[in-house]
Design a protein around this ligand. Structure first.
Ligand SMILES: [Zn+2]
Ligand SMILES: [Zn+2]
Length: 261
Protein backbone atom coordinates (compact mmCIF):
# COMPACT_ATOMS: atom_id res chain seq x y z
CA UNK A 1 0.00 0.00 0.00
CA UNK A 2 1.29 3.46 -0.81
CA UNK A 3 0.18 6.84 0.50
CA UNK A 4 0.70 10.07 -1.43
CA UNK A 5 0.01 13.29 0.45
CA UNK A 6 -1.77 15.60 -2.00
CA UNK A 7 -2.38 18.33 0.55
CA UNK A 8 -1.06 18.85 4.07
CA UNK A 9 -2.52 22.29 4.77
CA UNK A 10 -5.92 23.83 5.25
CA UNK A 11 -8.37 25.98 3.33
CA UNK A 12 -6.09 28.92 2.50
CA UNK A 13 -2.43 28.26 3.19
CA UNK A 14 0.50 29.97 1.47
CA UNK A 15 2.58 26.86 0.75
CA UNK A 16 0.38 23.78 1.17
CA UNK A 17 -2.70 22.44 -0.59
CA UNK A 18 -5.69 21.66 1.63
CA UNK A 19 -6.66 18.09 2.64
CA UNK A 20 -6.18 15.25 0.16
CA UNK A 21 -4.59 11.79 0.35
CA UNK A 22 -4.20 9.23 -2.38
CA UNK A 23 -3.95 5.60 -1.27
CA UNK A 24 -2.92 2.93 -3.76
CA UNK A 25 -3.67 -0.72 -2.99
CA UNK A 26 -5.17 -3.02 -5.60
CA UNK A 27 -7.43 0.05 -5.94
CA UNK A 28 -6.92 3.77 -6.40
CA UNK A 29 -8.60 5.53 -3.47
CA UNK A 30 -8.81 9.26 -2.82
CA UNK A 31 -9.51 10.58 0.67
CA UNK A 32 -10.74 14.17 0.59
CA UNK A 33 -10.33 16.52 -2.34
CA UNK A 34 -9.48 19.93 -0.88
CA UNK A 35 -8.49 23.04 -2.86
CA UNK A 36 -5.20 22.73 -4.80
CA UNK A 37 -4.99 18.92 -4.38
CA UNK A 38 -6.14 18.27 -7.97
CA UNK A 39 -2.99 19.94 -9.32
CA UNK A 40 -0.85 17.85 -6.97
CA UNK A 41 -2.60 14.70 -8.19
CA UNK A 42 -1.63 15.67 -11.73
CA UNK A 43 1.94 16.62 -10.71
CA UNK A 44 2.58 13.20 -9.14
CA UNK A 45 1.59 11.60 -12.44
CA UNK A 46 -1.68 9.92 -11.50
CA UNK A 47 -4.27 9.63 -14.27
CA UNK A 48 -7.31 11.36 -12.76
CA UNK A 49 -9.59 9.58 -15.20
CA UNK A 50 -8.83 6.30 -13.41
CA UNK A 51 -10.26 7.60 -10.13
CA UNK A 52 -13.36 5.62 -9.21
CA UNK A 53 -13.56 5.91 -5.41
CA UNK A 54 -13.69 9.21 -3.55
CA UNK A 55 -14.03 9.21 0.24
CA UNK A 56 -15.01 12.47 1.93
CA UNK A 57 -14.52 12.97 5.68
CA UNK A 58 -16.87 15.94 6.12
CA UNK A 59 -18.30 18.92 4.31
CA UNK A 60 -15.97 21.79 5.16
CA UNK A 61 -14.79 23.07 1.79
CA UNK A 62 -11.09 22.52 2.57
CA UNK A 63 -11.96 18.81 2.18
CA UNK A 64 -13.92 18.71 -1.08
CA UNK A 65 -13.66 21.94 -3.13
CA UNK A 66 -11.50 20.41 -5.89
CA UNK A 67 -14.29 17.95 -6.63
CA UNK A 68 -15.81 20.80 -8.69
CA UNK A 69 -13.03 21.29 -11.28
CA UNK A 70 -12.30 17.54 -11.20
CA UNK A 71 -15.89 16.62 -12.05
CA UNK A 72 -16.31 19.34 -14.68
CA UNK A 73 -13.18 18.05 -16.38
CA UNK A 74 -14.30 14.42 -16.02
CA UNK A 75 -17.59 15.13 -17.78
CA UNK A 76 -15.84 16.97 -20.61
CA UNK A 77 -13.21 14.27 -20.96
CA UNK A 78 -15.75 11.43 -20.96
CA UNK A 79 -17.86 13.19 -23.60
CA UNK A 80 -15.19 14.31 -26.00
CA UNK A 81 -11.94 12.42 -25.35
CA UNK A 82 -12.41 8.94 -23.92
CA UNK A 83 -14.95 7.10 -21.78
CA UNK A 84 -14.22 6.80 -18.10
CA UNK A 85 -15.43 4.34 -15.44
CA UNK A 86 -18.14 5.29 -12.98
CA UNK A 87 -17.48 7.30 -9.85
CA UNK A 88 -18.57 6.42 -6.31
CA UNK A 89 -18.54 9.10 -3.63
CA UNK A 90 -18.58 7.91 -0.01
CA UNK A 91 -19.14 10.27 2.86
CA UNK A 92 -20.78 11.16 6.15
CA UNK A 93 -24.42 12.05 6.71
CA UNK A 94 -25.52 14.71 4.26
CA UNK A 95 -23.22 13.55 1.45
CA UNK A 96 -26.11 12.39 -0.75
CA UNK A 97 -27.81 15.74 -0.34
CA UNK A 98 -24.69 17.87 -0.90
CA UNK A 99 -23.13 15.97 -3.81
CA UNK A 100 -26.54 15.06 -5.24
CA UNK A 101 -27.33 18.77 -5.36
CA UNK A 102 -23.97 19.67 -6.94
CA UNK A 103 -24.37 17.02 -9.61
CA UNK A 104 -27.91 18.25 -10.29
CA UNK A 105 -27.46 22.02 -10.29
CA UNK A 106 -23.91 22.87 -11.39
CA UNK A 107 -24.13 23.55 -15.14
CA UNK A 108 -22.91 20.58 -17.20
CA UNK A 109 -22.68 18.15 -14.29
CA UNK A 110 -25.98 16.33 -14.79
CA UNK A 111 -25.01 15.31 -18.33
CA UNK A 112 -22.11 13.12 -17.14
CA UNK A 113 -21.97 10.08 -19.45
CA UNK A 114 -20.80 7.74 -16.67
CA UNK A 115 -22.58 6.38 -13.60
CA UNK A 116 -22.32 8.31 -10.33
CA UNK A 117 -23.09 6.64 -7.02
CA UNK A 118 -23.28 8.64 -3.81
CA UNK A 119 -23.36 6.63 -0.62
CA UNK A 120 -23.33 7.20 3.14
CA UNK A 121 -21.90 3.95 4.49
CA UNK A 122 -22.13 4.87 8.18
CA UNK A 123 -19.50 3.42 10.50
CA UNK A 124 -19.12 0.24 8.51
CA UNK A 125 -16.53 -1.63 6.50
CA UNK A 126 -16.73 -1.62 2.72
CA UNK A 127 -14.87 -4.12 0.61
CA UNK A 128 -13.51 -2.93 -2.74
CA UNK A 129 -11.54 -5.66 -4.49
CA UNK A 130 -9.00 -6.86 -1.92
CA UNK A 131 -9.14 -3.61 0.04
CA UNK A 132 -11.27 -2.97 3.10
CA UNK A 133 -12.22 0.58 4.07
CA UNK A 134 -13.80 1.25 7.45
CA UNK A 135 -15.40 4.60 8.27
CA UNK A 136 -15.47 5.77 11.89
CA UNK A 137 -17.23 8.80 13.36
CA UNK A 138 -14.92 11.31 15.05
CA UNK A 139 -15.63 14.52 16.99
CA UNK A 140 -15.11 17.71 14.97
CA UNK A 141 -17.96 20.23 15.09
CA UNK A 142 -21.39 20.01 16.67
CA UNK A 143 -24.04 19.11 14.07
CA UNK A 144 -21.42 18.28 11.44
CA UNK A 145 -20.82 14.58 10.91
CA UNK A 146 -17.16 13.79 10.32
CA UNK A 147 -15.77 10.34 9.59
CA UNK A 148 -12.17 9.18 9.65
CA UNK A 149 -11.14 6.19 7.56
CA UNK A 150 -9.15 3.00 8.05
CA UNK A 151 -7.79 1.13 5.03
CA UNK A 152 -6.56 -2.46 5.25
CA UNK A 153 -4.80 -4.30 2.45
CA UNK A 154 -2.40 -7.27 2.51
CA UNK A 155 -2.05 -7.02 6.29
CA UNK A 156 -1.05 -3.34 6.25
CA UNK A 157 -3.26 -0.67 7.80
CA UNK A 158 -3.50 3.05 7.01
CA UNK A 159 -5.71 5.44 8.95
CA UNK A 160 -6.74 9.05 8.41
CA UNK A 161 -8.46 11.15 11.06
CA UNK A 162 -10.19 13.70 8.86
CA UNK A 163 -10.68 16.75 11.08
CA UNK A 164 -10.95 15.65 14.68
CA UNK A 165 -10.46 16.48 18.28
CA UNK A 166 -8.87 13.91 20.55
CA UNK A 167 -11.67 11.33 21.06
CA UNK A 168 -12.10 7.66 21.88
CA UNK A 169 -13.55 6.97 18.42
CA UNK A 170 -10.36 8.18 16.77
CA UNK A 171 -8.13 6.07 19.05
CA UNK A 172 -10.25 3.03 18.18
CA UNK A 173 -10.14 3.77 14.45
CA UNK A 174 -6.33 4.07 14.54
CA UNK A 175 -5.74 0.96 16.64
CA UNK A 176 -2.50 -0.75 15.58
CA UNK A 177 -2.21 1.25 12.34
CA UNK A 178 1.07 1.05 10.45
CA UNK A 179 0.66 4.64 9.31
CA UNK A 180 -1.78 7.16 10.82
CA UNK A 181 -2.30 10.61 9.31
CA UNK A 182 -3.68 12.89 12.00
CA UNK A 183 -5.13 16.38 12.06
CA UNK A 184 -2.34 18.47 13.61
CA UNK A 185 -3.90 21.86 12.97
CA UNK A 186 -2.17 23.60 15.83
CA UNK A 187 0.90 23.69 18.04
CA UNK A 188 0.43 22.94 21.74
CA UNK A 189 0.70 26.65 22.57
CA UNK A 190 -2.18 27.64 20.27
CA UNK A 191 -4.92 24.98 20.54
CA UNK A 192 -8.25 25.41 18.76
CA UNK A 193 -11.68 23.80 19.07
CA UNK A 194 -12.57 20.95 16.75
CA UNK A 195 -8.97 19.99 15.96
CA UNK A 196 -5.96 18.47 17.63
CA UNK A 197 -2.69 20.09 18.51
CA UNK A 198 0.59 18.22 18.18
CA UNK A 199 0.41 16.91 21.74
CA UNK A 200 -3.06 15.43 21.12
CA UNK A 201 -1.72 13.69 18.00
CA UNK A 202 1.07 12.10 20.01
CA UNK A 203 -1.45 10.96 22.60
CA UNK A 204 -3.72 9.33 20.00
CA UNK A 205 -0.73 7.60 18.37
CA UNK A 206 0.50 6.27 21.70
CA UNK A 207 -2.90 5.08 22.94
CA UNK A 208 -3.72 3.46 19.59
CA UNK A 209 -0.33 1.74 19.32
CA UNK A 210 0.36 3.35 15.93
CA UNK A 211 3.67 2.45 14.25
CA UNK A 212 4.24 5.67 12.33
CA UNK A 213 2.54 9.00 12.93
CA UNK A 214 2.17 11.49 10.09
CA UNK A 215 1.27 15.02 11.19
CA UNK A 216 -0.78 16.98 8.66
CA UNK A 217 -3.64 19.51 8.09
CA UNK A 218 -1.50 22.42 9.29
CA UNK A 219 -2.85 25.89 9.85
CA UNK A 220 -0.22 28.54 9.06
CA UNK A 221 0.41 29.09 12.79
CA UNK A 222 1.68 25.51 13.15
CA UNK A 223 4.62 26.32 10.86
CA UNK A 224 6.19 28.50 13.53
CA UNK A 225 6.57 25.67 16.06
CA UNK A 226 8.36 22.31 16.23
CA UNK A 227 5.23 20.13 16.09
CA UNK A 228 7.31 16.98 15.61
CA UNK A 229 9.10 17.50 18.92
CA UNK A 230 5.79 18.33 20.59
CA UNK A 231 4.15 15.08 19.41
CA UNK A 232 7.32 13.22 20.39
CA UNK A 233 6.84 14.12 24.03
CA UNK A 234 3.99 11.61 24.25
CA UNK A 235 4.66 9.26 21.33
CA UNK A 236 7.90 7.29 21.09
CA UNK A 237 7.44 5.91 17.56
CA UNK A 238 8.40 7.36 14.20
CA UNK A 239 6.95 10.79 13.45
CA UNK A 240 6.80 12.47 10.04
CA UNK A 241 5.75 16.03 9.26
CA UNK A 242 3.73 15.76 6.04
CA UNK A 243 4.69 17.68 2.91
CA UNK A 244 2.67 17.96 -0.27
CA UNK A 245 3.44 15.19 -2.80
CA UNK A 246 5.32 13.15 -0.18
CA UNK A 247 5.04 9.39 -0.74
CA UNK A 248 5.01 6.90 2.12
CA UNK A 249 5.01 3.12 1.83
CA UNK A 250 2.50 1.59 4.22
CA UNK A 251 3.80 -1.84 5.19
CA UNK A 252 3.74 -3.92 8.32
CA UNK A 253 7.31 -4.05 9.65
CA UNK A 254 6.82 -7.70 10.64
CA UNK A 255 5.89 -8.55 7.06
CA UNK A 256 8.95 -6.92 5.50
CA UNK A 257 10.75 -9.43 3.30
CA UNK A 258 14.26 -10.10 4.62
CA UNK A 259 16.98 -9.16 2.19
CA UNK A 260 18.63 -12.23 0.66
CA UNK A 261 22.39 -12.40 1.05
ZN1 LIG B 1 -13.33 20.69 9.17
ZN1 LIG C 1 -10.14 20.81 7.57
Amino acid sequence: MRLTVLGSGTNVHPTRAAAGYLVETDQLLLFDFGPRTLMNLIKVGVDRHRLRHLFITHHHTDHFADFLPFFFDAVFHAKFVAPRPGLTIYGPRGTRRLFGTLVKVVPGFSTAPFPITITEPGDRTIRIGHTRVTAGTVVHRPRLHCQGYRVAHNGAVFTYSGDSEYCAGLVELCHGADVAVLDCSFPVQRPGAGHMHAGDCGRVAREAGVKRLVLSHFYPVAERYDVKAQAGRTFGGRITVARDRMRIEVTRPSLAVPRSR
